[in-house]
Design a protein around this ligand. Structure first.
Ligand code: SAM
Length: 217
């Protein structure tokens, strides 16, 4: 399954990157920055082409980690190619893991790994949505590849692909995360309704998930 997902994002890299030209960077900066300390060792998991690095600017410089070289080839800052299920990072070494639209596509094996590399009390900060039940992409060249990669078998194997806010909280609890809070990113939805979103997509519900890493992972 990882090969199928990697193959999709590898091919999607250029169209994904260029679809971000009209992003409201300030909106995304203001969602993430209040939670972050610039001196922290912060990892942007599933960083893709560097969306969060661009939104956060130079004051915060997360290290990007992503499965595919194609996505990373557009990344503007420090980054490394790795699978979230086998992170080349020391245990308890990271102060914060952030991410956008990554949790939905991670297999279960990624979560103990995320808990392992976060130091006790460290922060998990994810913006995500139930992309596995979003309307099928329309009017874009990558539609068939998406539907083939993220078919029913794949989506059924991804624990958060169709997650609600309740599912997120229950799921993270099972890995020992505490202080879990989930809020709807209504400001993103409202912005997309007015200004549109990436080609192929419709405005879609997204959440901001915050949690504290377990003390005995
Ligand atoms: C929807 S994109 C989001 C990219 C970026 N976070 C953003 O907001 O623009 C999902 C990203 O997750 C990456 N990815 C998927 N599975 C992964 C895994 N197991 N480990 C690391 N990255 C993964 C993909 O390569 C892709 O870049």
């Amino acid at each position: 399954m990882t090969d199928v997902i990697a193959g999709y994002w590898q091919e999607r890299a250029s169209s994904f990157h260029h679809a971000q030209a009209h992003t409201n960077w300030t909106l995304w900066h203001d969602i993430f920055a209040p939670y972050l300390n610039p001196n922290d060792r912060t990892v942007d998991l599933g960083c893709g082409t560097g969306f969060l690095s661009r939104a956060l600017g130079q004051k915060h410089s997360p290290i990007g980690v992503d499965l595919t070289a194609g996505m990373l080839s557009f990344h503007p800052g420090p980054c490394l190619q790795a699978d979230a299920c086998a992170l080349p990072l020391l245990s308890d070494s990271i102060d914060a893991i952030i991410g956008r639209n990554i949790a939905w596509t991670l297999p279960a094996a990624a979560w103990p790994e995320i808990a392992r590399v976060l130091r006790p009390g460290a922060q998990l900060l994810l913006a995500d949505g139930p992309w596995g039940c979003a309307p099928a992409p329309a009017g874009v060249a990558w539609r068939e590849h998406y539907l083939s990669a993220y078919n029913e078998d794949t989506l059924n194997a991804l624990p958060l692909a169709r997650a609600t806010s309740d599912t997120y909280a229950e799921f993270l609890c099972t890995f020992g995360f505490t202080d879990i809070a989930v809020r709807e990113l209504t400001e993103v939805y409202d912005h997309e309704l007015v200004h549109g979103t990436m080609p192929g997509h419709e405005p879609w519900r997204q959440f901001l998930i915050t949690a504290v890493a377990p003390s005995n992972a």
